[in-house]
Design a protein around this ligand. Structure first.
Ligand code: ZN
Ligand code: ZN
Length: 374
């Protein structure tokens, strides 16, 4: 029942191998890896929801500026940097859904209930994703003791829908992952589901969201920024789907139970942290390998798949049993570390997966050991 198969993928002490004298460097690495090192770094997060909205949308605009600068400097640089910058656009769209909208659903983004509903509806229209009511119903099912990790959990159901059925060989899942990512059918279907999910509960705020994103595209095309428009469009309608798939696959031990959770301990076995980085060996080759890994794997993983507080998704599920609060989600990365230092009641420090390769291997091995029948 518990996630025995996952244990061999958990690693301890990785963050300590790249802890530096400079607080500033540690702060950057805290953010990139998702594993904080405070007090060896600065604690930085935006608590005010209105400021958070302003910052995220301003960064979205500034990312467009990066393209313009790259294009002015060298058109070739523009094309080379396009793919990398796309990762940050995926981060922008996905953050709006997995952080902002998610915490609106939990009524933790704004103090005011109505504001949570209004803003979540706006995001549904802007990002083009599931409407507030459907998302709320499905997400609370995911949080329920009865359905968590079972095939009736909405997230697990999505995996079944795209053929990630438990009980197959790990090589089957790897092949399926590649074919799914490159399959136009998958993307068309996913985008259709997103549109349909948005339209099902269409209202004024969803319409404002639609109007805003279509205005952005209109502005880009009207200003002849075709390259940026294509990048943003690809990020929103194609890379977004890949990001969601990778996030769902590695989020929990899917299909690991058929019955209701018995206790918190059992709940905790299905939750883990997903950090971005690798052990640093302080040799010349080790340094070169580590820098390459951080730039080419860890950064895309962090910003393209596990953005916001997703690295510590275990904390989101378990914080209420460890003295934390969902309301303080914006400081989750730090609060989880604090709870570990204080007593680590639920053994969070022993369930940390580093890197996307390990997270996916763990997911595939877990899926292959389970079945829908027992
Ligand atoms: Zn939640
Ligand atoms: Zn979850």
């Amino acid at each position: 029942m518990s996630c025995v198969s996952e244990r061999k993928f958990f690693e301890c002490g990785v963050r300590n191998t790249f802890l530096f004298e400079s607080k500033m460097i540690n702060t950057v690495l805290d953010y990139v890896s998702g594993k904080t090192s405070y007090p060896h770094s600065y604690k930085i997060y935006i608590a005010n929801p209105y400021a958070r909205v302003m910052v995220v949308f301003s960064l979205g605009g500034l990312m467009g500026l990066q393209y313009v600068i790259a294009y002015i400097l060298n058109p070739m640089l523009f094309f080379i940097s396009s793919l990398y910058i796309c990762i940050f656009y995926v981060c922008f769209f996905r953050s709006l859904q997995v952080s902002h909208m998610h915490y609106c659903i939990h009524r933790s983004f704004f103090e005011n209930f109505k504001m949570n509903v209004v803003y979540a509806s706006f995001i549904s229209g802007f990002v083009i994703c599931q409407n507030y009511n459907d998302y709320k119903r499905e997400h609370f099912r995911h949080h329920s003791k009865k359905y968590f990790q079972t095939e009736k959990d909405a997230d697990a159901d999505l995996l079944i829908n795209i053929m990630f059925i438990p009980g197959m060989d790990t090589s089957f899942y790897l092949k399926l992952l590649y074919t799914t990512i490159f399959s136009p059918l998958f993307h068309i279907r996913f985008v259709f589901i997103r549109f349909y999910g948005m339209i099902k509960n269409y209202n004024l705020y969803v319409a404002i969201g639609n109007f805003s994103i279509f205005s952005v595209y209109y502005f880009l095309i009207y200003s002849n920024f075709y390259g940026i428009a294509i990048s943003v469009l690809f990020s929103q309608l194609v890379f977004y789907n890949i990001s969601s798939l990778l996030q769902f696959l590695t989020e929990h031990a899917w299909f690991s139970r058929r019955k209701s959770l018995r206790d918190v301990q059992e709940y905790s076995y299905g939750c883990w942290a997903r950090f971005c980085g690798a052990r640093l060996e302080k040799t010349p080759v080790g340094w070169a390998r580590w820098i390459f890994y951080m730039l080419c794997v860890a950064v895309p993983y962090r910003f393209g798949v596990v953005m916001g507080d997703l690295p510590v998704h275990d904390w989101h599920h378990l914080c209420r049993y460890m003295g934390g609060s969902e309301k303080k989600w914006m400081s989750s990365l730090y609060d989880r570390e604090k709870a570990i230092e204080e007593n680590d009641l639920l053994g969070l420090s022993s369930r940390e997966v580093w890197g996307i390769k390990n997270a996916l291997r763990m997911s595939f091995e877990g899926l292959s050991r389970r079945s829908l029948k027992n």
